[in-house]
Design a protein around this ligand. Sequence first.
Ligand code: AMP
Ligand code: ZN
Length: 480
Amino acid sequence: MTLRLYNTQTRTVEPLVPLHPPRVGVYGCGPTVYGAAHIGNFRTFLVFDLVHRYLEWRGFQVRFVMNLTDVDDKTIQAAQAAGQTIQEYTEPFVTAFHADAEALGMRPFHAYPRATAYVDEMVDLVRRLLEKGLAYTTEDGSVFFRIAAFSDYGKLSGKDLEAMQQGERVSADEYGKEDPRDFALWKGAKEGDREAGAVWGAPWGEGRPGWHLECSAMGLAEVGETLDLHLGGEDLIFPHHEDELAQSEGATGKPFVRCWLHVKHLRVDGAKMSKSLRNVFTVRELLDEGVEPAALRHQLLSAHYRSELNFTRAGLDASARAVRRVADFRARLREYPVERDGSPAGSLSHLAREARHDFQAAMDDDLNVPEALAALFVFVNRGNASLEGLKGAPIPESHRDLALETLTSLDEVLGFLELVDGEVGPDADLSAWVEERLAARQVAREARDFSEADRIRDELQERGVVLEDSPKGTRWKMRG
Ligand code: AMP
Ligand code: ZN
């Protein structure tokens, strides 16, 4: 069995054959650090994490690089509006990105190049393209890529060049282009760029790199001339990745990417995420609300990366239950009585081997997470049923150990149990406050002051505390 992935460029599912096995070089387009990343961005980044983890699980030696876009139109505009330099403005969002990534259990990548630290490499790349006649300068010190000189243009996205030519309009800062389709490699300095500290020197004039150029330069510098895998959200296929391909292959004359993988966009409550619909959630907002990181990770990874994923509160609740079910099974196994020659009935070890096999087959098949999760849940359900049938009779220690090792191994890829383990209970101050409020609610109830009791329940709910009244008293937990 080999790992097979859908390659956007060839539109087929192909075996992943790295240039220098067992090494795999991967580049993923990371966040533009001009605001807090939303859960849509993190759908994509969690797929990066899944790819990273699965390649390692399959025994590849992975080098995974994800850039941080800290200079582009958006960061400059935002920095200007805040009266700051891009450096000052973007720094807190870089920190916030790392905090969110860690909270969702993303394993650190090998490098996080920031565009502003690679301007020399970008200038060098432009120079090579100019020398080859694949680029030209304009009067204002900008440099454009000459699409007519690169016959492979369009091969990734499959865009029809003639149709593009008619549809394209020239934006105000792109005068002087030979062809409306040509795109900026370098943008001549403007006053606003200077204020934001976003101007660098180059032989053809001061200015700043174009966004597409940034990723080409960082990919070539950090991974190599040919990347085994290049990842990003589906919106990046055109023009971002098409342009990366043109620049990189134009300069090196070598294939830039062996396999392009694109993640479909996340929707929220059935709609496209947009500020006007007020359905753009950041990871931080949800976690502050008390959503369990493991549940959010599960929800964002639960669909196949090329399928629609619709984020809903009900889905999040279902994810919390799913994660809980796996964690409970593991807890049950840990506590289950074992002995050297216990009853092999129900053969937990057979179920474990089957789960591992089916999990790998699903993941090898273009990272089919829904099928991989199904393999895990068949294991959990049948494993539970088998233990129930034993009514407490001991099982062989080796079977129990294999079952536990299998859960741990699958979680090396899925990363849910890791997060459950890392969860710390509510802090002591919060617990004390909740206990005090519960006592006050009890006093109100005993005095038949139900409106006060309800008011206290609402107050608790606002802080994310959920109450469960039962004949034995009131239990509480943080909303999951
Ligand atoms: P940006 O910070 O805008 O550069 O985007 C970072 C990454 O998130 C890119 O790979 C985008 O394609 C991806 N992305 C943006 N919106 C969504 C979404 N709604 N669902 C999934 N990925 C997204
Ligand atoms: Zn990129």
